[in-house]
Structures are given as C-alpha cells and as structure tokens.
Design a protein around this ligand. Structure first.
Ligand code: 8LH
Length: 467
C-alpha cells in the first residue's frame, strides 16, 4: 500500500498526474479483505501507541480488562469500550488543556481548534505538526477523488475559526496544489461580497455547508447574478445533512449548474473528509485506511450487517496527537458492503449521514428525522427558501407542524400548495403534520449549520390552533 507507515509519513512532493483518477490507486482499489488485514495490524499499533502515551486509554482499557495485544481480529476490536464525547469533555476539564488523551508532549501541539461550546464546555483539539500534515495529505486524496485538481480555485466559505472543517478544506486544497481562497463566512454583509469576489477570482470549487450554498444562491439572485453564471464546477460539503438529501442536492446542483459532493464526519476524527464519495452521486465512502468506521447498533455498539442502519463509530488510523479509538458519533446512517463497481473498494453510505439519534422524534409511533422533512418541503415547487419544524416532546405524545416559506408565484393557490406538501409529508413520514405557509424571508438564513427544529409546545399549540 502506498505510503502506509506508522507513524504516518508522507512524501510531500508526491502528486498524481491530473488525468489519474486515484491519488493512491492500490490503497483505494485493493480487495477490501486484504485492506482489512493491514487495518487490523494498524489498529493494534495505534492501540499500543495510545496505551503507552495516553493515560485516558490505558485507564479505560485496564478497567475493561483489555490490552492491545488481545486484539486478534476486527471482531475482537468490537469489544474495545467505546469513547463518548461527554467523556472527552470531562477528561479535558480534569486534565487541561487537551485532556489525558493527548498522546504527544504539549510542546508538539502546534495548532488549536475546538468546538464552539455553545451547548456546554468547549472541547479543544490539540494538533501536532505531524497530524496537521497527515490530515492535509488525506484531504488532498479525498478531494482528488472528487475530481478537484491543481488548476482549481477553491473557495473556503465556512468560518475560519475554531471550526476544523474550514481548515481541513484549506490544507487539503493546498496540499493538492490548488489555489485556495479562504474567504470564510459569518460576518455581516459577507455573502454579497462573496458573490463579487467569486466572480473576480474565478472560483471553480466551493466548500461550506449545504444551507449556506442555498443562501449564497439566493443572495446572488438578489444581486442580479445567476448563481449558475458564477463558474463553479464543483461544490463539496460537510457539517450537516444536505448533499445526500435528494431535494437539497438537486436544488444546489440546479442553482449552480455544478456537481455536488458530500463529505464529513466529526472534527475529533479529522481527517473528517474521509467520507467524501468519489463520483457524482449522493452518498459517501468510508475510507477505512484513514479512519476505520464501524456502523453499530446504537445500544449494544456492535457492528450491524451491511444493509442495516446504525450509528458510525470512528477510529483514527493516522492521528498521533489525540487519537480517537471507537468514538461514538451519535449520528444515523445505513451502510452497504464495498463494491468494486464503485471503483474504490470502501463501504458505502448511500444516503450519507441523515441525522442524529437525539434529533429523531416520535410522532404517533413513527420515528421522524428532520432531514426527511427537509427533503419533502424543499422538493415543493414554490418553496420560498427556508422552513421550521416545530415539535413538542410531550411526555405522552410528540406532535409536529412545519412552517414553510412560499414564493409569491404560489400565493394565489396557497391552499392546494399546502395540501400537496401535507399529503407528501403524510406519505413519506407515515404521520400527518400541520403545514403552515409563511411569507418568503420570514426566517433567518444561516451561514453555517442550519437549525430548523424548534421545540416549543406553546408555539405548536398556536400553530395548530391557526386555520
Ligand atoms: C454531518 C456531515 C455530513 C458532519 N452529513 N451530517 O465538517 C465535518 C466536521 C469538521 C464537522 O462538521 O465536525 P463537527 O463540527 O464536530 O460536527 C460533527 C457533526 O456534524 C456530525 O456528528 C454530524 O452530525 C454532522 N455532520 N458532516 C450529515 N456530511
């Protein structure tokens, strides 16, 4: 396998010919079973490394009676206790600043990123130079699979702040040899400026969140610019569901007349882009030799069969500063077996990551994911650009209403428009929802990850009362 060493060491001068489809042909196309053998050896080495250098893991595995040498198969690996984000947070509070899962001397930490901490104590990511370079190399490889090449100009249109996503896109594009344009996102009036700069700089590739791409398209139109005329070839996304949600995907594809790629996972397991798919289709690949992904049943945390739904559990195979070994994501997906037909022999998530377990709610016995609602309302002709999902998590029963912005063009036939969406929701979700039309631009647009679910019983009662 090309440049497969522990600790990871990459030839920084290497770059395939632009006509070459694969960055590392053998690593990406080899029989999955053969790759799994190498992965098992690597997992043991990563575990030995963590055992020796990170007290967090030694403590945890001691308690469970597990030693790295006892892992003789990938099935054995399933017995290794999982790590949860709350544990990382608690460990960091006790062992500031990077937690006792920091496995390099503090002097080797050269980059700091983190979570925003809007919902609790922020978590800091301490990243060594070696890891920074491994991530750059991994991201370049995944972006290569998306067809991004050195003659592209890549716009990073997400906040250049604590958010790993933006920096990961930046260093990957840079390593690949492309021109990088870190315009960022999130400051007042920035989106209109983004439109102007995109044209002036000849941007060909966009990175950000799906919600932001849709907002950008709206702002471009307001500025009298057809988003399709901006000259984008490709947009790639991470951070939230969207790029593999059919109606969101087609809205973006049509607005920009460009190809759309899904990618991402979690900041903790950067290279987070290990999920990027390699072809112009929804869904994502799990690049197992970068981050080993197991889709597990959310309670027992054992691998589910291919074809089934579960939560991704991630193990970094290239990180030395804060290795993650069986980190539970809490997200939801369904996976399929590797297939040579896809070119790359990695497991496949045909619908990407479609939600989080704790975002799911139950209405009259049916499990409902917000992204399924997004898909229905955004497919509606005359959809005005934003919506809100209003639920109540009652002790006895959850109920649901959806406020949907409409375009002026449908205002004369609003009743049938609403009925059409309500029908479709009933068919797709298996339960009814109250659909409440609202005027365009009622809701704020996001420049980052959208938050469309409102959990408010009083508002719901008012909406249900409204005719
Ligand atoms: C996704 C997706 C996706 C992430 N489809 N949901 O950009 C990737 C990394 C840097 C990121 O967003 O990390 P962060 O801020 O830790 O958030 C991770 C969560 O974001 C993850 O658990 C998912 O719920 C969501 N996410 N990429 C659907 N392509």
């Amino acid at each position: 396998m090309e440049q497969w060493s522990w600790p990871p060491r990459y030839d920084e001068s290497y770059r395939p010919d632009p006509a070459e489809r694969f960055w590392f042909r053998r690593r990406e196309t080899m029989p999955a079973d053969e790759r799994d053998e190498a992965i098992l050896v690597r997992i043991r080495r990563v575990m030995e490394y963590a055992w020796e250098n990170a007290p967090f893991y030694r403590r945890k595995w001691d308690e469970a009676g597990i030693h790295p040498s006892s892992i003789k198969s990938l099935a054995d690996f399933e017995k290794v206790p999982v790590v949860r984000k709350e544990e990382l947070r608690a460990d960091q509070a006790e062992n500031e600043p990077f937690g006792s899962y920091l496995a390099v001397p503090l002097s080797e930490v050269k980059h700091i990123n983190g979570t925003s901490g809007t919902t609790g104590r922020p978590t800091a990511f301490g990243i060594s130079e070696r890891d920074w370079r491994s991530v750059a190399n991994a991201h370049a490889r995944v972006m290569w699979a998306m067809g991004i090449r050195p003659d592209d100009t890549v716009l990073v249109a997400s906040p250049l702040s604590l958010y790993w996503g933006s920096w990961g896109a930046y260093i990957g594009a840079e390593r690949l040899g492309a021109r990088v344009f870190p315009f960022g996102a999130g400051t007042a009036g920035q989106t209109a400026r983004t439109v102007r700069w995109m044209r002036q700089m000849g941007v060909t590739v966009f990175y950000g969140t799906p919600s932001y791409a849709l907002h950008l398209a709206e702002v471009a139109r307001d500025e009298g610019v057809d988003p399709a005329s901006l000259g984008l070839r490709k947009l790639f996304f991470s951070g939230e569901p969207g790029a593999s949600v059919p109606s969101i995907r087609s809205r973006i594809t049509e607005a920009f007349d460009a190809q759309v790629y899904d990618s991402g996972s979690m900041a903790e397991v950067s290279p987070w882009m290990h999920l990027g798919a390699g072809s112009d289709e929804p869904g994502v690949l799990c690049w197992q030799d970068l981050v080993y992904t197991e889709v597990c049943d959310p309670t027992g945390l054992n691998r589910v069969d291919y074809g089934s739904e579960g939560t991704p559990v991630y193990t970094t195979l290239e990180r030395t500063s804060q290795p993650m070994i069986r980190l539970v994501s809490g997200d939801l997906t369904r996976w399929e077996a590797p297939s040579a037909d896809r070119g790359r022999t990695y497991p496949f998530l045909p619908r990407g990551i479609y939600g989080r377990i704790d975002d799911m709610f139950t209405v009259r016995g049916e499990n409902v994911y917000p992204s399924a609602i997004d898909d229905v309302v955004m497919a509606a002709h005359g959809y005005g650009g934003e919506h809100r999902i209003v639920i109540s998590r009652d002790s006895t029963m959850d109920s649901l209403a959806v406020q949907v912005e409409y375009e002026d063009a449908v205002s004369s036939s609003l009743e049938s428009w609403v009925a059409g969406i309500a029908d479709r929701l009933r068919t797709v979700l298996g339960v009814g929802a109250k659909v409440v039309p609202v005027r365009q631009q009622t809701f704020d647009r996001t420049e980052f990850k959208a938050r469309r679910v409102v959990d408010d019983r009083d508002l719901l009662r008012r909406l249900e009362g409204a005719s």
